[in-house]
Write a protein that binds this ligand. Structure first.
Ligand SMILES: *[C@@H]1O[C@H](CO)[C@@H](O)[C@H](O)[C@H]1NC(C)=O
Ligand SMILES: *[C@@H]1O[C@H](CO)[C@@H](O)[C@H](O)[C@H]1NC(C)=O
Ligand SMILES: *[C@@H]1O[C@H](CO)[C@@H](O)[C@H](O)[C@H]1NC(C)=O
Ligand SMILES: *[C@@H]1O[C@H](CO)[C@@H](O)[C@H](O)[C@H]1NC(C)=O
Ligand SMILES: *[C@@H]1O[C@H](CO)[C@@H](O)[C@H](O)[C@H]1NC(C)=O
Length: 478
């Protein structure tokens, strides 16, 4: 009898202990706040929150981390945009306020809907907000500046509309401000110049307008400045020059900027990526660009820039696009030819007049994209395509390339092949049928077409191609 009661007692103790170790381990308010958050999620097809069970230790739940094993301090949930079930649908419950020690919210690629969640104002320890690639909408709150404790604010990839609130100037501790890929309108608030700690400012891909403010002399910690894909007009402001020591990424492409490219950009010792494409910059590329010895990505395409192109001293350019300006480069530039790491070369309509067989690139292995369209290039691309294993796109329409199309290697990775208006001869190989886009019009090709999904306009203007989508081949003896 004694033994039995001792056994019962110790079992009871064990049960109590295990209870203590589960629900008692994380703070009861955090436990309740997170379950309330879960109840605001209407659809969780991949079971991202399946470990969030009542009565268990919330510090052990997926995506949760705790301070001192008791208080929840971060929630980190990431969807997978490549998978049909890789998301989480719902809204952010106001009861999240119970998780009072939260200092970081990281929601990536989910499907969180609703307006800017007011509950964020009532979490006094919150320092990091990353709600990226979700479906938040409506305006940004005009009193967003009350969250003065914030270090990072990223709301990129949502559907926010309206102006960037001027109170954002109060968030003086911000290191990162990312509002890109939304539907924001109006000018850049001048108060952003007060955010002296900023290292990352991204407003790209919105509908912002006006000039780029001349306020960068107080923002010398900036490493990344992304203002591309907006409607900014006017010139590149002079105060950008103060970013020379630290700026690594300057992206101003796809706007309506005018004037000349300032020569002070040549002093940007840390510059990795410069995108000025799709604007209306005129005159020449400054000689000082010769000093950009460490630039990896340079995109000046779709402007009105003219000769001469400066002599560059960069050892390894990775991607270069000078297409659709007013250059007459005559040949592929030496610093491109000698790059051991280049993967993307776009020199469409650059006035190149060489024979491709004379081109001796140091390395072709890494090439993904080559665009040499609308130049006066003769010779054959067969050797070049045979030396690339990962080519995705080859564009060379509007040249004088003369080669047997049947001997062209179509790499398994190739998706786009455009060779219209050249002097290619021979037959169309079967291997082109797997491509996503193809244009072989206006060459000297002949013979029966293999079956493909491409329209007649991809094949017209050749010597004697026949078969669908062109007229049928003549039967012998007919
Ligand atoms: C995202 O949420 C919206 C609104 O709840 C819903 O209509 C949509 O189907 C969801 N998208 C996915 C991929 O579940
Ligand atoms: C670009 O500027 C040039 C010279 O100022 C002007 O002639 C041209 O129309 C402009 N192009 C665009 C697309 O604005
Ligand atoms: C490159 O930098 C050096 C040293 O700062 C300077 O003397 C030279 O003029 C610069 N070159 C160009 C083309 O700006
Ligand atoms: C392509 O390269 C392979 C191996 O380097 C070589 O054997 C072949 O002859 C080349 N083909 C053409 C058309 O150059
Ligand atoms: C192929 O190029 C020609 C002109 O070069 C153009 O007219 C035609 O629309 C293009 N077809 C396809 C399918 O891209």
């Amino acid at each position: 009898m004694k033994l039995l009661s001792l056994l019962l007692f110790s079992m009871l103790l064990l049960i109590l202990r295990s209870f203590e170790h589960t629900s008692a381990a994380c703070h009861v308010d955090d436990h309740a706040g997170l379950l309330a958050f879960k109840s605001g999620i209407t659809h969780d097809p991949s079971g991202m929150l399946s470990s969030w069970k009542p009565g268990t230790d919330c510090c052990s739940w997926g995506g949760i981390s705790c301070l001192d094993k008791i208080r929840v301090n971060t929630i980190r949930l990431s969807g997978n945009p490549d998978k049909p079930n890789g998301y989480l649908t719902g809204s952010i419950s106001p009861s999240l306020v119970k998780v009072q020690n939260l200092d970081g919210i990281y929601f990536f690629d989910l499907n969180i809907t609703g307006r800017f969640p007011d509950v964020l104002f009532r979490l006094p320890n919150l320092k990091f907000i990353y709600i990226e690639n979700n479906k938040l909408s409506g305006p940004l709150p005009s009193d967003i500046g009350k969250m003065t404790q914030l270090y990072d604010l990223s709301l990129s990839g949502n559907q926010f509309t309206g102006l960037i609130p001027s109170s954002i100037a109060e968030l003086t501790q911000l290191g990162q401000l990312k509002l890109g890929n939304n539907l924001l309108t109006g000018p850049i608030p001048l108060g952003i110049s007060k955010l002296a700690q900023l290292s990352f400012l991204s407003l790209k891909n919105n509908k912002l307008s006006g000039t780029i403010p001349d306020f960068f002399s107080s923002l010398t910690n900036l490493r990344i400045l992304e203002l591309s894909h907006n409607k900014f007009s006017g010139k590149i402001p002079n105060s950008i020059a103060s970013l020379a020591p630290n700026l690594a990424y300057l992206e101003l492409g796809h706007n309506a900027l005018t004037g000349t490219i300032p020569s002070f950009l040549g002093k940007f010792k840390a510059l990795d990526t410069l995108d000025l494409s799709w604007n209306n910059f005129t005159e020449t590329v400054p000689k000082s660009f010769g000093n950009l010895t460490k630039i990896f990505n340079l995109d000046l395409s779709h402007n009105s820039l003219g000769d001469p192109f400066p002599v560059m001293n960069v050892k390894g350019i990775e991607s270069l696009d000078l297409s659709y300006n007013k250059f007459h480069l005559e040949k592929i530039l030496n610093w491109v030819t000698s790059s051991p790491i280049i993967y993307s070369l776009k020199l469409a309509k650059c006035g190149i007049k060489m024979n491709l067989n004379d081109w001796k690139p140091k390395e072709t292995y890494f090439y993904d994209y080559i665009d040499l369209s609308y130049n006066e290039i003769s010779g054959s691309p067969v050797w070049l395509m045979n030396k690339t294993d990962y080519l995705v796109g080859f564009w060379a329409s509007g040249n004088k390339l003369k080669f047997d199309l049947g001997s062209l290697k179509v790499a398994g990775t190739l998706k786009n092949l455009e060779l219209s208006r050249n002097l290619a001869y021979g037959k169309v190989p079967k291997s082109v049928s797997g491509l996503e886009s193809l244009n072989l019009s206006y060459n000297h090709l002949c013979g029966q077409l293999p079956s493909t999904k491409f329209p007649a306009s991809a094949f017209v203007g050749n010597d004697c191609l026949c078969g669908a989508p062109l007229p049928p081949c003549k039967v012998k003896g007919e």
